[in-house]
Design a protein around this ligand. Structure first.
Ligand code: 5GP
Ligand code: ZN
Length: 114
């Protein structure tokens, strides 16, 4: 079992509700959904937070976002819209220290966020 929860999920060591998988990226349903659609899109490779990315990761970061957009269409969020979120460290509300992008939709979101 990996020390990192999301590394374990990406390796299939913890059963999860996968909605997308390829060589570099997996996406699955959030265990504690904050909206009717709440998916997490993550790189298979362990990256602690978005602060730990560099120019070499630009293609991967782009693919994480484009995967989220494809999933938004698949989950019928392309008419009313959706929100993409990356929480970073303590003040950003990051609880799992493996980079992940939240895709939230199916209800109107508030702004500013809490
Ligand atoms: P963060 O606050 O780090 O941006 O978000 C972490 C997210 O991971 C939370 O929305 C939380 O509900 C979700 N999460 C935590 N543990 C698990 C788990 O074991 N499985 C799944 N599918 N989601 C999890
Ligand atoms: Zn990890």
């Amino acid at each position: 079992m990996s020390e990192c929860l999301f590394c374990s999920i990406a390796k299939g060591e913890i059963p999860s509700d996968f909605v997308y998988q390829d060589e570099d990226i997996v996406a699955f349903k959030d265990i504690n959904p904050q909206a009717p659609v709440h998916l997490l899109v993550i790189p298979r490779r362990h990256i602690t937070s978005v602060l730990d990315t560099s120019d070499e990761d630009i293609a991967l970061l782009g693919r994480l976002q484009s995967t989220a957009v494809k999933l938004a269409k698949e989950f019928d969020l392309d008419t009313n819209g959706f929100r993409l979120v990356i929480n970073c460290l303590k003040d950003g509300g990051q609880a799992v220290f493996h980079l992940h992008l939240h895709l939230l939709g199916g209800r109107a979101m508030n702004w500013p966020p809490g």
